[in-house]
Design a protein around this ligand. Structure first.
Ligand SMILES: *Cc1c(COP(=O)(O)O)cnc(C)c1O
Length: 220
């Protein structure tokens, strides 16, 4: 079982409009390099420190995506290079990302994470919180972040009907907001949903970005 083979197989199965984020958390740089050499340029990590270390060691044409929960006090360690932050779920975090992006003289793309799963433990905004955030005066003034889409994680279950219901719910939120929320710092184009176990279903439900780890790099 090779990383290259896994990667190419998955890539060839994805529709053209779906972006693959290779989730490389916990894996050594040598594994990431194998994927890089097979053409992969987008990598997702869930710990800022680990992502920063890999960024230092790897070629500079890689897009680094932060897919995990972000602690406000760690934003500064990724602000100079991170390409997309998937898990933004509070205005406070968005303000910190904006502040650190400004220090680095750049605009950082972000996805708002929406809570679609049944589990209490999964992070994310509910619809009221999402609307409050987008309508807030503070948000409207942030010039060094851009909301480019939404992200969600389905419940960890074998029940395909439930997963499908949750993905379709996120897709419907996306569809209703995308045309109405266009502004200088908000233009919803990306819908990040789907992992190794459920990405085909996610694509059927409208995903445009899948985050795949174990099916490429093996179990963690
Ligand atoms: C780990 C992780 C993934 C990838 O999970 P796999 O099941 O290994 O594909 C996707 N999204 C997030 C947010 C993750 O933390």
């Amino acid at each position: 079982m090779s990383i290259k083979k896994n990667l190419l197989e998955i890539k060839s199965s994805l529709p053209e409009n779906v972006t693959l984020v290779a989730v490389s958390k916990t894996k050594p740089v040598s594994d990431l390099m194998e994927a890089y050499e097979a053409g992969q340029r987008i990598f997702g990590e869930n710990k800022i420190q680990e992502m920063a270390e890999k960024f230092e060691q790897m070629p500079k044409d890689i897009e680094w995506h932060m897919i995990g929960h972000v602690q406000t006090n760690k934003v500064k360690f990724m602000a100079s290079f991170v390409r997309l932050v998937h898990g933004v779920d509070s205005l406070k975090l968005l303000e910190e990302i904006n502040k650190q992006a400004l220090k680095n003289n750049r605009v950082i793309d972000c996805l708002l994470q929406i809570h679609i799963a049944e589990e209490e433990t999964k992070f994310g905004l509910n619809e009221t919180e999402l609307n409050d955030l987008l309508q807030s005066e503070i948000f409207k003034k942030l010039q060094n972040i851009k909301i480019t889409g939404l992200m969600g994680m389905a419940t960890f279950t074998d029940n395909q009907e439930q997963i499908k219901k949750e993905f379709l719910h996120l897709k419907s939120i996306f569809n209703s907001l995308a045309p109405t929320q266009k502004s200088e710092n908000c233009n919803l184009k990306t819908l990040s949903m789907g992992m190794s176990g459920d990405y085909q279903l996610a694509i059927d439900c409208g995903s445009t970005m899948v985050r795949i780890g174990s099916s490429i790099f093996g179990t963690r």
